[in-house]
Design a protein around this ligand. Sequence first.
Ligand code: BF8
Ligand code: SF4
Length: 658
Amino acid sequence: MGDLGKSVTPSAGPVSGNGKTIDPAAAEILDIAALEGYSTAFSRVESMKPCPIGADGACCRVCYMGPCRLVGKNPDAMTGICGANLPTIVARNLSRAVAGGSAAHSDHGRDLAFTLLAAAKGEAPSYEIKDERKLRLVAELMGIKVDGRSKNDIALDVANRAISNFGQQTGEILYASRAPKKRQEIWRRQGVIPRGIDREIVQSMHATHMGADQDAEHILQQTVRTALGDGWGGSMLATDISDILFGTPKPLLSQVNLGVLKADEVNVVVHGHEPTLSEMIVVAAMDPELNAYARSKGAKGINLAGICCTANEILMRHGIPPAGNFLDQELAILTGVVDAMVVDIQCVMQALVPLSQQFHTKVITTSPKARIEGATHIQFNEHDALGVAKQIVKAAVDNYPNRSKNPRIPNYASDLVAGFSHEYIEYMLGGRYRASFRPLNDAIIDGRIQGAVAVVGCNNPRAKHDEAHFNLVKEFIANDYLVVQTGCGSIANAKYDLLTGEAMEYAGPGLRSICEATGMPPVLHLGSCVDNSRILTILTAVVEEGGLGDDISDLPAVGIAPEWMSEKALAIGTYCAASGAYVLFGVTSPIKASQAVVDLMSTGWERKYGGKMEFEPDITKIYEKSVEHIQKKRKALGIDTKKERVLFDMEARRELRV
Ligand code: BF8
Ligand code: SF4
């Protein structure tokens, strides 16, 4: 696949950063870090080679007769002390990772449900129901009566119904019924409809205990059930309740990259995942008294920015600019201008604290679930959410005069459009009075859009920062594949100008014609990682619109996590594959030690679920496999239109920017 050339942002100088990133802002800071001897994930990855046994997935640590390592010339012929064979061990390891990822997403969803409950009862005065339309919609999906009832009454029932889905012991989780009928039948036949969100996670942990489930195929069946409880349960509830409480996103303009930090203002950077606190920090950062207080300390005001999925949450709803994605978290501190980095849960590196101690930055932990030794802890409490947020912002202001080093903010900030929800896409395509996915289906049927590709997930320092996200997405849009993004992937491509209306210049003629007609960018930012659930509901709506088969597995669509690193990514990949999608992961494979497990999750799952999950470190192959899959689906639907591959026109992109 085409090289990036020597600069990413045309107005920028050459990217260096020792070749570890394609982002000129990150490169600038990495050069400073190298010169001044600061440790970052980019430098630590050099000395921390992956443990070869663990990396292959052939190490079992589930009991203390072990750890048992199945390595050597013929690991397939070996067993652990208990007799567990390689497929069992590899499947168990994956299953535990998927349970961990599902637990993380779903616990986030649970907390939102409790926040909704407190808001409905009037016990969380900082929150209100911002989107009553969505509340009523969700209530109807849950079978809750809405006519003639107040929004707080409805919200109370919605919250309780949501909470009960976590602890439900029998039956089927509520939102399984949102999937296409055929999909539900497949799940029932395979015995994988989750009974309750928590129950499946517990069963995964139990079944993978020493001496329990020791049949790789059966272990993977429970893995699927647990992951479906995330995608169609915990994550989908997290998205819905966030929309109800904070508003369903609509497109808005913002900026991205380290250049959004300001030298002469108090910089508060929120990092992590839950929108409950960050929503209040947005309010606190605009508080006139706190801004006057900031001025009294010599700052011009208070500047709020984000990292990771918290950034996505407040970007989608308020246009607050992301300062960067996962691998930018330490780099933000290295600018010397972050007065407080406010973190909650997930994807927060412990390294932030020792790094911050070499600057003036205060790392403030806020979640009762996550503390970091050496950080300042100001515990979030939804009953006094705004009060806590103000206390945090005040701590940042108080820290502003302690800045000791010269600010070194890289001068890069790109424009982006974010805020695409299921609801908005439907409205954008069909118009206010007949919101519909019909125009999208028609565009796919007539070949203007060849298919839809979700490029999602993390950064991983074992891969060049952002490179796979950018290289894949530019190729897809140049070849008329509509791209949707979430998580750190969307922040990546926002940095390289692909999330703007102008990016239609880089799209193929078919996709470009749709972008021109609707005003949408060729790459749609759908939100945070829990918002991958929006992809599930959009795909379902596309199926139900008609003309593209009767199940998600019929659609010309692919999901890719090219730079993944987290257990949550594995949970997402698993529920997408079990929902009928072809899923490809880059970087590395946690199952490569066992060909039997590789086959079970690829051809095996394709037979059972119509979707499959594969690990492919070669980005060019990811692109080719995706296109081949989409074209195979188009052929099966009788809508194939042979197209020659075109290369992304980097020169045109440069000219546009200059
Ligand atoms: O949940 S993409 S690095 S921030 S895990 Fe983490 Fe990965 Fe970013 Fe959001 Ni998702
Ligand atoms: Fe070894 Fe079996 Fe214990 Fe795993 S469960 S560590 S394979 S003895």
